[in-house]
Write a protein that binds this ligand. Structure first.
Ligand SMILES: Nc1ncnc2c1ncn2[C@@H]1O[C@H](COP(=O)(O)OP(=O)(O)OP(=O)(O)O)[C@@H](O)[C@H]1O
Ligand SMILES: [Mg+2]
Length: 252
């Protein structure tokens, strides 16, 4: 496997007494897309929310084990600093409703108390919107509200907002499940393109989507990581019967 960017070692995650991730061990490759699949409730969102320490924000929630970013245990890194390196985009596009497109893209810097000169801000906004394949559509209305955009454009705006911080890893939790097929394929193309600059971890229920965009796939079941490997191998010759049953639509 390629060099790994993020490694999870003996990871358990709880909501109160409820153990929802059970001894997860995985290494996520650098500048590749890894899909996380599995039936509803198996712990996909919880897993990616542990990776940027959002899981711990739930009352009573906790994590055991190690999560290493470039070999450094993130569970000891200030979460605010960490989220600059590990960005996240959610199922429903959530641009800040009162902010312009421009201010949405640059919001991470404001939240971090970083004051950049206008020229530098302009450059970051343009570069990030370009990377999110949105620049051409919005360059003439940067000071309109982000919520004026279509759902697919809003989702790309959220991706631009995450990319503006220049993250090492981009976490995407079912980023297209609220979008129509055209907006979905636009985001899929974008994911394939973005792998050149950022490592992507994508939760998806859509097996065809995982096949189209991911290099590696993780299959989870009831809080366990059942199988992790190159997508092509996992899809054609899965090692575990449960992976095979899931992929053939027997459950999930
Ligand atoms: N805030 C919460 N408080 C308590 N339990 C939770 C919370 N969020 C999730 N859970 C539980 O943790 C388990 C894993 O949930 P999670 O949301 O990670 O699953 P998922 O694989 O993302 O599911 P889906 O495909 O439906 O999004 C489930 O049993 C769920 O009920
Ligand atoms: Mg989920």
């Amino acid at each position: 496997m390629e060099s790994k960017i993020l490694e999870v070692v003996g990871l358990n995650a709880y909501y109160g007494d409820h153990l929802v991730l059970k001894d997860i061990n995985a290494a996520f490759p650098e500048r590749k897309a890894t899909a996380i699949m599995g039936p509803s409730g198996c712990g996909k969102s919880t897993l990616i929310r542990t990776l940027n320490r959002m899981h711990e924000m739930n009352i009573g929630a906790r994590v055991e084990g190690k999560i290493l970013l470039h070999g450094e245990n993130i569970l000891t890194v200030n979460p605010i600093v960490l989220r600059r390196k590990i960005g996240m985009v959610f199922q429903r596009p959530n641009p800040f409703p009162t902010m312009s497109i421009y201010d949405n893209v640059i919001a991470g810097y404001k939240l971090n108390g970083v004051n950049l000169p206008k020229l530098e801000r302009d450059q970051i906004v343009e570069k990030s919107l370009n990377s999110a394949a949105l620049w051409n559509e919005v360059k003439d209305k940067l000071h309109k509200r982000g919520t004026f955009l279509s759902g697919g454009q809003q989702q790309r705006l959220c991706i631009a907002r995450a990319l503006a911080m220049n993250p090492d890893v981009l976490l995407l939790d079912e980023p297209t499940s609220a979008l129509d097929p055209k907006a979905t394929s636009h985001i899929e193309e974008l994911i394939v393109d973005l792998k050149k600059e950022v490592s992507i971890i994508l939760v998806t229920h859509n097996i065809a989507q995982a096949g189209r965009v991911s290099d590696y796939t993780a299959f989870m079941y009831l809080g366990e990581l059942i199988e992790f490997g190159p997508t092509e191998k996992l899809f054609t010759v899965p090692e575990d019967k449960r992976t095979e049953e899931y992929l053939s639509g027997k459950f999930g």
